[in-house]
Design a protein around this ligand. Structure first.
Ligand SMILES: Nc1ncnc2c1ncn2[C@@H]1O[C@H](COP(=O)(O)OP(=O)(O)O)[C@@H](O)[C@H]1O
Ligand SMILES: *[C@@H]1O[C@H](CO)[C@@H](O)[C@H](O)[C@H]1NC(C)=O
Length: 255
């Protein structure tokens, strides 16, 4: 068996997507014009992005013993993700939306969905703590609207025991700060025309996990720049996993 360099423990969800002209009011039935299902769940999304970049991955999660579960296992296989630790439970699976990536020493933690009273140990045990603006606000109570706010929040999370914090900022890229480099550093993203930003954060985290596992000698700032680049490509087409680029379609200077 191949040794996995990126191991994801996290959620795996089937998305049921209805396209409608507007949102229904409570109790109202309206016509939609399209319905489709998609593969989602933050953990699985991240694993798929890492696998498509060429990482040897393994996914640890539970799905139900039903057609969605069977289809998801097929989806993992199509993406070259081993499914030996994808269990099928009789009862419905619920996403925990937490990710732990093991690349010898490094753990990357994505606190999603965020809890205001997150256990202290999550801060101290992760090498890299990566959250988005809203998660940062839930964790610290401080609204994050720009890179300066993100830097302040990052410093607070360092005080709580994080070693390195990355706060993603959508079109503004992200801010990183660490105990070793305590001045927050804004790493901007390319200017692109976004079509659908769903799953951008998971693309970013999956890409970062790939670089941590396969290019551990790169400075973190360079890994973050490249992850911005990959996530910014994912926002230029629709869908979540459908928008995640493959290594062969990316500029080779990313590798
Ligand atoms: N409009 C955008 N233009 C360019 N890059 C983007 C855009 N939106 C997201 N990104 C990229 O995706 C990353 C994560 O996006 P963000 O919206 O912060 O995460 P989430 O999906 O968790 O809300 C950003 O750090 C950036 O690299
Ligand atoms: C941040 O991630 C959460 C999932 O934890 C998501 O619900 C939220 O919309 C994201 N925030 C932004 C600003 O995109």
């Amino acid at each position: 068996m191949a040794v996995a360099e990126v191991v994801v423990v996290g959620s795996c969800m089937t998305d049921l997507v209805s396209l409608t002209p507007r949102l229904p009011k409570a109790g109202e039935t309206i016509h939609g014009h399209k319905f489709f299902t998609g593969f989602g769940g933050k953990g699985a999304n991240q694993c798929v992005q890492a696998a498509r970049l060429g990482a040897k991955t393994s996914m640890i999660c539970k799905v139900g013993k039903d057609s969605f579960g069977n289809d998801y296992i097929e989806n993992f296989k199509k993406n070259g993700i081993p499914t030996e630790f994808v269990n099928q439970a009789e009862d419905a699976a619920t996403g925990a939306a937490s990710i732990v990536v093991n690349s010898e020493v490094k753990t990357l933690f994505n606190p999603a969905p965020a809890l205001a009273d997150l256990n202290q140990e999550f801060y101290t045990h992760s090498d890299i703590f990566c959250c988005n603006e809203s998660e940062a606000e839930i964790l610290t109570g401080i609204a994050v609207g720009n890179a300066e706010d993100a830097g302040r929040v990052g410093c607070i999370l360092l005080e709580r025991g994080c070693k390195t914090v990355i706060v993603t900022l959508g079109p503004e890229g992200c801010v990183m700060v660490s105990t070793k480099a305590p001045t927050p550093k804004h790493v901007p993203a390319q200017k692109v025309t976004p079509v659908d930003t769903t799953g951008a954060g998971d693309s970013f985290v999956g890409a970062l996990a790939f670089y941590l596992a396969y290019y551990p000698q790169l400075p973190l700032e360079e890994m973050v720049k490249r992850s911005n680049c990959i996530a910014s490509i994912s926002v230029q087409t629709t869908g979540t996993q459908t928008s995640y680029p493959y290594r062969k379609s990316l500029p080779q200077n990313l590798f």
